[in-house]
Ligand binder design. Sequence first.
Ligand code: OGA
Ligand code: MN
Length: 278
Amino acid sequence: MEVQPLSGTIGARIAGIDLSQEMSNSQAADIHAAFLAHKVLVFDGPVLTPQQQLRAALLFGEPDIYPFIKGMEGFPEIIEILKTETDKSNFGGGWHSDTTYMEKPALGTMLHALEVPPAGGNTLFANMVAAYDALSDGMKSALEGLKAVNDSNALYSGGRAAAMAKMDGMAKANVVEAETYVSEHPVVRTHPETGQRGLYVNRSHSKRFVGMTMEESKPLIQYLSAHSVCPEFTCSVSWKPGTVTVWDNRVTQHCALNDYHGHRRLMRRITLKGDKPQ
Ligand code: OGA
Ligand code: MN
């Protein structure tokens, strides 16, 4: 297996691994080590069957049910992320990390491309450990002990239901009426496996700081969200049919570029069970 970094701070393409096949124990260990080191791994290969994708996901964690979108027939843990030729909105088009509003947010997410536009449709990722490290000592101590209230109703971006209703391709068949989830998590989170500390607020889901009003919180949420995605902390992942990308959701944010109107893009996603952020 060959690890090709995608930028100076985050992401690697992995050559010499075919995720449609079963991995040996040593391959699985190498892949897991690369996942922790690079936070985002990209594999090019054949389009996978749902069974093959589920087996590959087990290299990284345990598949979970995503509450807002119905899973595929017979595969409740796999959801389809679709933008059609006529859709203008896309899914995941603002910077975020997945399910931060759950008590136990996703450890990571695996996205697999089936249909991609002729150009565009990349996904950007940002390294939240690099973002935290780059803060001043004064800001770091101000954030110590601070918690944020994370809310699935995506308040700074206009609300989840309104956003989903605009995505025709997905809204028609697959949206599930779910409750609004709200959870408090530390603004600086410690990775349970590496011990690295990373920023854990995002403009899509973090609503306010615990003990503060939204009005008081908003400027600092906006600042930290903007700082988190400085170009130096990011990489851009391009897709072909068959590409699989897995991200460590505990220490990254991502954003799906919406630059391919008039073309279809279809992905299959598996969300991985996480633990309570500390
Ligand atoms: C997601 C997501 C990004 C993309 O599936 O969580 O944000 O590029 N998707 O489709
Ligand atoms: Mn996402």
